[in-house]
Design a binder for this molecule. Structure first.
Ligand code: NAD
Length: 264
């Protein structure tokens, strides 16, 4: 390990299992000396998150449904009680009805549009709003986004529109909080096989396509994302805010994508 986050306290939101992007980030943060707290959604996940948190030396595992203001308040009240302050947060949360993560964007329902925007976009602002009050010595806030915000990706649909709004909100939050030494950034991760990703139509095909067409000719891992997160969450990222850092094996720079996967 290293001591890039020694003495720092961070909240990790969105850990579901050891395939989660939140897990890759939590591991690099713990290795760098951070003290961690975790929030999870729903009782069913507590059984999974408790042992993972323990593995990283944390016994702070708290419920939070980001669709519920009272639930977010309760989380931050508990953190304030326990820690007094906070140095960083990781928001690795998104949601959309998976029946709309296939087929055409134009068929998106009003109800799922609102839900996707609420859970995948507004929740980051809601969380940063509370975190700001605890980040009295400055801090770093991080969320996760995807290239489907910038360009049309098959089946990503309403999540692409939501991620575009999330990326815009990162910029507005960075401006609001910069004068208090709080940085706000996003990581745009390449496709990774997680629980959330399994809801997206043809996800295996998208993974293959990325593997064959990205400059590094491979898919990224949650460890790759964890290392970039360490940069943004630690003092290494002291001059970086409002940024959308692509951790996608370079996929986003390629204009002409010509190589189809051989086995499809
Ligand atoms: P994951 O399924 O492991 O994590 C998603 C998390 O969101 C889960 O822990 C789930 O409990 C949580 N969540 C959903 N609704 C919630 C709510 N109302 N309140 C609290 N938590 C809620 O999947 P992941 O791929 O690790 O997703 C993490 C983030 O990374 C998401 O924002 C996702 O869009 C983003 N991302 C994923 C990929 C990918 O290919 N996997 C690529 C780029 C960005």
């Amino acid at each position: 390990g290293n001591d890039l986050l020694a003495g720092k306290r961070g909240l990790i939101m969105g850990l579901a299992n050891d395939k989660s992007i939140a897990w890759g980030i939590a591991k690099t943060c713990a290795e760098a000396g951070a003290e961690l707290a975790f929030s999870y959604q729903g009782d069913a996940l507590k059984k999974r998150v408790d042992p993972l948190a323990a593995q990283l030396g944390s016994d702070i595992v708290l419920p939070c449904d980001v669709g519920d203001e009272a639930s977010i308040d309760a989380l931050f009240d508990a953190l304030k009680e326990r820690w007094g302050g906070l140095d960083f947060i990781v928001h690795a949360i998104g949601f959309s009805d998976k029946t709309e993560l296939r087929g055409r964007y134009v068929d998106t329902s009003r109800a799922n549009f609102a839900l996707s925007m609420d859970i995948s976009v507004y929740s980051f602002t809601a969380v940063v709003q509370r975190a700001e009050k605890l980040m009295t010595d400055g801090g770093s806030c991080l969320t996760l986004t995807y290239y489907g915000a910038e360009k049309v990706m098959p089946h990503y649909n309403v999540m692409g529109v939501a991620k575009a709004a999330l990326e815009a909100s990162v910029q507005y939050l960075a401006e609001d909080l910069g004068k208090d030494g709080i940085r706000v950034n996003a990581i745009s991760a390449g496709p990774i096989k997680t629980l959330a990703a399994s809801g997206i139509g043809d996800f295996r095909y998208i993974m293959k396509w990325n593997e064959y067409n990205s400059p590094l000719r491979r898919n990224v891992t949650t460890e790759d994302v964890g290392k970039a997160a360490l940069f943004l969450l630690s003092d290494l990222g002291s001059g970086t805010t409002g940024e959308n850092l692509h951790v996608d094996a370079g996929y986003h720079v390629v204009g002409m994508k010509a190589v189809d996967a051989p086995d499809m």
